[in-house]
Design a protein around this ligand. Sequence first.
Ligand code: ADP
Ligand code: ZN
Ligand code: ZN
Length: 759
Amino acid sequence: MLKIQVAVNLPVKNILKLFTYAVPPRLNFLDKGWRVVVPFAGQTAEGFVIRRLTEEEADGADNVKEVTAALGDEPWFDEEMLATARWLARYYMCGLGEALRLFVPGKSSIRRKVLKDESGRTVLAGYEERFKEKFLLAYRITARGEEAMAEERELLARSPAKKAALAFFAAAPEKAFTIFELAEIKISRALAKQLAEKGWLTEVKVRQLRDSYAGNDAESAKLQLTAEQQQAVAAVSEAVSKNNGEVFLLQGITGSGKTEVYLHCAAQALQEGKQVLVLVPEIALTAQLVQRFKARFGERVAVAHSKLSQSERGDVWYRSRKDQAKILVGVRSAVFAPFAKLGLVIIDEEHDSSYKQEERPCYNARQVAAVRCRLTGAPLLLGSATPDLSTYYGALRGRAHLLRLTTRPTGGTLPQVKLVDMRKELEAKNFGVLSRLLRQELEETVTEKKKAILLLNRRGHSTFVLCRDCGQAILCPHCAVAMVYHSAGQVMRCHYCGATAPIPDECPACHSRRIKFFGTGTQKAEEELQRLPGVKVLRMDQDSTAAKFAHRELLQKFACGDYNTLVGTQMVAKGHDIANVTLVGVLSADSSLHLPDFRAGERTFSLLTQAAGRAGRGKEQGRVVLQSYDPENKLLHLAAAQDYAAFAEEELERRRRYLYPPFVRLLKITVSDRDEAFALATAGKLILYLQKLHLEGSLQDLPEIAGPFPALVSKVRDFYRYNILLKGEKLAPVKDAIMNSGFFGQRNLYFDVDPVSVI
Ligand code: ADP
Ligand code: ZN
Ligand code: ZN
């Protein structure tokens, strides 16, 4: 009997092993890549077939259970996807099953059903397939319908409704119209059915595609590319034809026409009959990019964002696999979509941290894309105004072709940036969120009927609630962070676990009644701005954009409505292009600069550059005001000058000196446990284990090990968190050593390879 090796898809992280199952003769077609249903630990589970066992191996495997069913009508994984998953599991330290489930929309293709007997005991765990195709009834004209019609001309003459309906179908003889489409043009289901009974129409079933992004198209213009754009397009197009997996870094200042380059490169790939994957940080924030792709390529574009329903996502995947969708625009998880003919991958804002998944498996979509490109030969085009330093360094070292866009084709120049010393504002008794300069600029802007964007990287109202007598900030009882005051509902909220609490009447520590709110969040800034003459303010942050298309609606409201000021968190800094914005203010340019993290500088530089890039996208020069308590800081000056090359040189030198990426690789191991002593003990044991391997000679290069030290937020949801940081030029041996040990399956250990943050 045929036997297969299966990775079981259960969200239990210690199922790292592969299991053997027997294949009943009716399922003899099963081979690697198929999804199956298997019995597992008294339940029903989804499984991924890794390979068929050889006869010899199969003979050795006795007493194995049988596969219950096969899912779908073809293998889900092709060779390339399997290879990518294998790489991912090893590189990011997770089980093969965990890696494979990333490739399945919703991470599972079945919904498990628990069946109970009369006494309430579970007798059988059944399942239901999730991506069952939904079909709609549709009609098209019968091939010889016109002849038939001619025969019954008299009959038709008496029925204008039938005649008109048939004329409609005859005008598009190839196309099947669904009953919903027909209803729109007042052809009833009953009428269509009558015509089908006569043999004039043919009944067909078409797959129902659910795409909540459809119908968004705007007119698109064909632009004359600039010389720099032409060069970039030519280089990438050539690589598309060669299909040799080349990597390109398109570094272009904000508004330099990177999107236009993407569109042309995509067109080239389509012309060669290939598919394109476009990754964006967040669909809501990059709605304009999506619209431009839709406008240029229409229905050939499918969109996959995090708010799609399970079945919508299933449809998008299906269209991509069947080569119906030629371009897939999506967020991080779209990097796992199946493609029939992948020919180009584009990653916009490639430096963005949203490409990194923060939970296990902590993969980076950019890295995964690079692997898929290497395996398929599709070129990889990375675009950014402020590339990730590792990408940039790679390009300097010849690992990627550097393409530059240095001007704005619309003729606009980069904005003029001014730094304001906030210490002087305090001296002048100005305690508001706006410096005098920014306030004056804002008033001028709104008087001239222009718009302003103000960035404040803190949501909520006040940043913390403090007792004036003992100085104690009010902390979340479950996490080691201060609660944030939110004016809506007048509550304090923890930004880590979401817990809320009323404002206490007295200090929990000293019982003083002198409780005060400190710091400024977006809500408080909004209130303060509302009081300024002529200022009509809109707020955009996580709290105001929780609903499905809230971002897009807010931006549309800001672009078209009579609001003139948009205040918000970093969301306001990204991707959108609103013509009339001439002023950008950064209320606290240093708020992210002093985090104890090696990427704090890079992140701040990139945020400030992105924010400044929102100003003056039209004809007029924009103005930018950066407010800071540390205005001598060199990084702020480089950001003000928007001098990425100088910033990169400086920052790379620092990284080289202190041994941070891209000069070393990092692995962050977090121990998280309710029992603090146990967490520390576990960390200690792991370090000892690695040192022992090294002494015994089975682990040659021991990386530098730092920690365990408490995470910046040392407790979240009642779990204490300690970090260990491993630094080394090559981490593969130490990763393999851990994965081959008992530590790997341990519940309280989390592995983060190439962490975005080390705190
Ligand atoms: P980026 O993606 O680099 O921020 P975009 O592609 O959004 O830049 O381009 C910025 C603006 O310049 C857009 O309004 C776009 O239509 C326009 N644009 C881009 N390329 C050209 C060109 N070659 N000629 C004229 N306008 C252009
Ligand atoms: Zn107190
Ligand atoms: Zn909390």
